[in-house]
Design a protein around this ligand. Structure first.
Ligand SMILES: NC(=O)c1ccc[n+]([C@@H]2O[C@H](COP(=O)([O-])OP(=O)(O)OC[C@H]3O[C@@H](n4cnc5c(N)ncnc54)[C@H](O)[C@@H]3O)[C@@H](O)[C@H]2O)c1
Ligand SMILES: N[C@H](C(=O)O)[C@H](O)COP(=O)(O)O
Length: 335
């Protein structure tokens, strides 16, 4: 099956007050001539109508035939549309429904991958959403549907880096009690598998960052490297995985960019995402590893100001669409 004959990609609406609608329209404008990137969006048709030609569809199988001439929209139940730049909690059920439907289409094989538009977590928490973000929500949807226990891993790519996170949306003070050897071993295995299966690498070289300055300076400024990270690296090496001991976080990203490592596992959210977003805010992509479905996302958030000003850039969404297609293709080749 060529890419053009594969099921389409599905894009979620994201927060309708944010940049999502505008970057979806721009992405369709940029990609409408590329049949292998055919996608449909699950959203409110009024968000897109008038910006580009749109066509409502009732099933994902209609999307590829429509994509070359109009943006295919699978409509959500009607809800009050917010003003651009002004988040409205009444959007929350539709935002969540869009993600749920998209994951279900991927699980059934009707869509090849889901690309999520940004959500505002605080707005969803206020509406009773209990997951830290898409990463955990999509994993929970997969696990409920399959009866599995997939552990999702957040990976950001951009600026020549691939960076997976050992801890994500938790308070910094909780990192010290959350990090443990067992989880790092599981994480290292998921990242190694994903580098092979999703990114097509045959011998991935992985690195752990240290948590403390200078990776703890032999235990004199923190012991997490000696007690947790390096023992996890030992276990991974015993399992045949090319994993470094904890390396100083202030230099390991430069080492990876110079070609020494294929992916880094970072101990905290900002330790890992600052280099990626600083180097490549507009080309960066967030990918969830370890799931039975492919999920990518732009690396930026809801960008309310850009949405209100009409200055939203679609580059990161376009990169996320291309990456979703590539990963789905690699998975099929290695299945
Ligand atoms: N994938 C996701 O769903 C995702 C990712 C990151 C942040 N968020 C959420 O987004 C919300 C806002 O977070 P934030 O302010 O830290 O980050 P942000 O990425 O929304 O904004 C950072 C800066 O980038 C600008 N910006 C963002 N997207 C843009 C685009 N496409 N074009 C031009 N400029 C753009 C913003 O206006 C702002 O100046 C939070 O609720 C956060 O949880 C969601
Ligand atoms: N940590 C991500 C970032 O800063 O880009 C982001 O919040 C997205 O999280 P989810 O993909 O889990 O929604």
């Amino acid at each position: 099956m060529t890419d053009a004959n594969r099921p389409p990609l599905v894009i979620t609406m994201g927060d309708p007050a944010g940049v999502g609608p505008s970057i979806t329209v721009s992405a369709w404008n940029a990609l409408q001539g590329e049949a292998d990137c055919a996608f449909f969006v699950i959203g409110a048709p009024d968000l897109y109508q008038g910006e580009v030609p749109t066509q409502t569809i009732s099933d994902p199988s209609e999307a590829s035939g429509v994509f070359g001439s109009a943006l295919p929209v699978l409509p959500l139940d009607a809800f009050p549309l917010p003003v651009r730049g002004q988040p409205d909690s009444r959007s929350a059920p539709a935002i969540i429904a869009s993600i749920e439907q998209a994951a279900a289409f991927c699980l059934s094989g009707a869509a090849d991958a889901v690309v999520t538009n940004p959500i505002n977590k605080a707005l969803l928490y206020a509406a009773g959403f209990t997951h830290p973000g898409h990463t955990e929500f999509v994993a929970a949807l997969c696990n409920t549907a399959t009866g599995g226990a997939a552990q999702p891993v957040m990976l950001l790519t951009g600026g020549g880096l691939r960076v997976a996170l050992a801890t994500i949306h938790i308070a910094l003070k909780d990192v010290f009690t959350t990090l443990n050897m067992e989880d790092l071993v599981k994480l290292g295995k998921i990242v190694d598998t994903a580098m092979r299966q999703d990114f097509g690498l045959t011998s991935p070289r992985l690195a752990f960052t240290g948590l403390n300055p200078h990776a703890g300076e032999n235990g004199t400024i923190g012991r997490e490297e000696i007690d947790i990270i390096n023992p996890a690296a030992d276990q991974l090496r015993s399992a045949g995985i090319d994993m470094s001991d904890a390396r100083s976080a202030d230099t390991v990203f430069a080492e990876a960019r110079d070609g020494r490592f294929d992916a880094i596992i970072s101990m905290t959210h900002d330790q890992g995402l600052i280099p990626v977003k600083t180097l490549d805010m507009w080309g960066g992509v967030n990918t969830t590893l370890g799931l039975p479905i492919v999920r990518t996302s732009p690396d930026h958030g809801t960008g309310y100001e850009a949405a209100a000003n009409g200055t939203a850039r679609p580059d990161s969404l376009i990169a996320a669409i291309r990456q979703a297609r590539l990963i789905a293709g690699h998975r099929k080749e290695t299945a």
